[in-house]
Write a protein that binds this ligand. Structure first.
Ligand SMILES: Nc1ncnc2c1ncn2[C@@H]1O[C@H](COP(=O)(O)OP(=O)(O)OP(=O)(O)O)[C@@H](O)[C@H]1O
Ligand SMILES: [Mg+2]
Length: 262
């Protein structure tokens, strides 16, 4: 806690406090005044995963949008980058993602250079979800997953020649991936539970599946809780199609499905 007070002085306010290990934004909060420091510390300790008590204090980045750059490191081949994925987060969890995301070529190049450096330094082969913030003053590296990324589920809509899971499997097996190509424009939108329960069931599937160029994935999680991600709606169209329209359709389809539980 004392170290955190010092760290907050160094990075300045506002800043973001994160447990060293967590996911889906758990234990993460924004400090807006000095009075928030103790709250942020306690919140991080309550939300952390594992035994690490350390927290990360990070300057708040005022970004315009964020992307995931899925990066594949190979045993015997070049490091490859998937077309950038745009996403929107709420409560620390992604709500919708789309591919390709709009980004100028200079920012994209910069992000690729950073993703290449950080994955090389970490070593190993497989897919990485490298997250960046796009701001007025440049590209910020945020964090990365050493595995397929939740926002990358959009690739299940057939946006690429290989989904992020297929790419990961090939890479960890040491099998070659000669190239990654964009085959469609796509979007994903999450389907959330709204209460605690067991034995989840899904209604509205007929309506949701009655949409062309679309699909659903149900995760088979046995337990529900408020805001728990239970399924994802996927939709796509030809390369060159309007991404905004596809994003809207993904959200509409996701809304058609309701999660019930006992
Ligand atoms: N320094 C920051 N400035 C502004 N926003 C931030 C900052 N750090 C995180 N965020 C916001 O919070 C989201 C979640 O943060 P982060 O990715 O670090 O958490 P996480 O727990 O690893 O989440 P996940 O595992 O779901 O990716 C980010 O995608 C971003 O929207
Ligand atoms: Mg993240």
């Amino acid at each position: 806690m004392d170290e955190l007070i010092t760290a907050v002085k160094t990075v300045g306010i506002p800043c973001v406090i994160k447990p060293l290990m967590s996911s889906s934004g758990k234990g993460q909060s924004v400090i807006k005044t000095e009075a928030d420091i103790e709250k942020a510390w306690n919140y991080a300790q309550a939300g952390k995963r594992g035994d690490y008590t350390e927290v990360i204090a990070e300057a708040f980045v005022k970004f315009n949008s964020e992307i995931t750059l899925l990066t594949v490191t190979q045993k015997n081949g070049a490091t490859l980058f998937c077309p950038p994925i745009g996403h929107r987060q709420e409560r620390g969890d992604y709500q919708e993602s789309w591919q390709p995301a709009e980004i100028n070529s200079e920012y994209l190049k910069e992000a690729q250079v950073m993703a290449d450096k950080v994955t090389k330094a970490l070593t190993g082969e497989g897919i990485w979800g490298v997250e960046f913030f796009l701001a007025d003053d440049g590209v910020y590296f945020s964090e990365l997953s050493p595995r397929p990324h939740d926002t990358g589920m959009v690739t299940l809509a057939g946006t690429q020649n290989f989904s992020e899971f297929e790419l990961h499997a090939r890479a960890v097996l040491g099998l070659p991936i000669p190239e990654i190509t964009l085959e469609r424009v796509g979007a994903s939108a999450v389907i959330l539970a709204d209460k605690e329960g067991v034995h989840p069931t899904f209604t509205g599937l007929e309506n949701a599946m009655n949409n062309k160029l679309s699909d659903l994935r149900i995760f088979g999680k046995p337990v529900t809780r408020p805001y728990r991600r239970m399924a994802v709606a996927l939709t796509y169209d030809k390369v060159g199609s309007n991404v905004e329209a596809i994003k809207k359709r993904a959200i509409e389809i996701a809304k058609m499905v309701k999660v019930e539980s006992e």
